[in-house]
Design a binder for this molecule. Structure first.
Ligand code: ZN
Length: 348
């Protein structure tokens, strides 16, 4: 089953061709450079950028598979998948409109996909040769960590989830972005914090609070940490801020990662599930990966991250893979049917 997948939920215009779990091609146009001066994504700019680029990205995704025209290529495609939420309404609309246009022209059905479900399935993505050959062994604990999401879910079976806990305020990635800004750096902040932290003399010099560490539920909270970081920065001289910038970044990052570890371990103990899936933009953080490998090893389980770097960012390949499992359950829509974008779409 071959799928052409479209992802435009946020700041990446991406189109992929997938065959079951195999990614035959994935093309991305990133808008990150457009937002450097704004300090974050601007919905109206995102919409225009998606609209301007989408046809080009479709062509690129096709040409990475085969240098033929779209009419000929579409004969080999079974379905068109598209992200319908969560994300920015204006951005989602562009992808949905393009999916409907293609579905009508080439007489295909559409598979609407939840963006976060795509992130989850991204850990089972394979290259053209079927690597890595991971098998599904349900159930999994899923930790989704990105700029907009911090959620712990129980993944019971294909397309079946139970929400165990989520952030009550900021997402983990968002808090890293904000900490970077407070230190005087630009957007996106997560990678900047990680780079600074790698050069720090000690990883947790300042020992900022671990929010929610003692609560019994599995929710997260990062706004208290952000506030204590803010007041700490105000309390010190500019000189210390400059000289200790690496230690400040590293301590903040340590507090975020440890909060994630504490709740994940709690969830493992409560559910008796030792296989953990970690996905979303923050899953690329190497310190996070290292610490989670240690935790899961201690608990006698396995941890799965997206197997290729591009899968940590928003991408259409993961949408195509999730769509394959959706298609088998009959989640198919006609080109003429209403497919509304759902900016706050939830998984469970
Ligand atoms: Zn995402």
């Amino acid at each position: 089953m071959k799928i052409l997948a479209i992802e435009t939920s946020f700041d990446e215009t991406s189109v992929a061709v997938t065959e079951e779990r195999k990614v035959l091609s994935n093309a991305i146009y990133s808008q990150i450079l457009l937002y450097k001066e704004w300090g974050g994504v601007v919905p109206s700019i995102a919409k225009r950028a998606h609209q301007e680029r989408i046809d080009y990205v479709i062509e690129e995704a096709i040409h990475k598979v085969k240098k033929i025209d779209i009419q000929t290529f579409m004969k080999s495609i079974d379905y068109i998948a598209v992200t319908y939420g969560p994300g920015l309404a204006l951005a989602l609309e562009t992808g949905i409109a393009k999916a409907k246009e293609l579905a009508a022209r080439y007489e295909k059905k559409i598979i609407p996909v939840n963006h976060m479900e795509g992130h989850i399935y991204s850990v089972f993505a394979q290259n053209r040769n079927g690597n890595p050959p991971r098998d599904f062994t349900f159930p999994y604990l899923v930790l989704l960590v990105s700029g907009a999401h911090t959620e712990l879910l129980l993944w019971k079976d294909h397309l079946s989830y139970e929400m165990l806990g989520k952030t009550r305020d900021d997402a983990a990635g968002e808090s890293l972005d904000k900490a970077a800004r407070m230190l005087g750096f630009g957007y996106p902040g997560g990678p900047i914090i990680e780079r600074l932290a790698q050069q720090a003399a000690t990883s947790d010099h300042y020992q900022f609070p671990r929010p929610m560490a003692r609560s019994k539920d599995l929710d997260f909270s990062f706004s208290g940490l952000k506030t204590s970081f803010f007041y700490y920065l105000r309390s010190i001289e500019e000189k210390e801020k400059t000289e200790k910038v690496r230690e400040l970044a590293s301590s903040f990052q340590s507090a975020v990662i440890e909060s994630l570890l504490i709740k994940t371990e709690q969830a493992m103990l409560q559910t008796n599930v030792n296989n953990v899936v970690i996905a979303g933009g923050v899953a690329i953080n190497s310190k996070l990966r290292k610490e989670f490998r240690k935790l899961v090893k201690r608990q006698g389980g396995a941890v799965l991250f997206p197997p290729y770097a591009y899968l940590n960012k928003d991408n259409a390949a993961m949408i195509g893979i999730a769509a394959f499992y959706r298609a088998q359950e009959g989640y198919l829509r006609d080109a003429s049917s209403e497919i509304d974008r759902v900016p706050r779409l939830a998984l469970a």
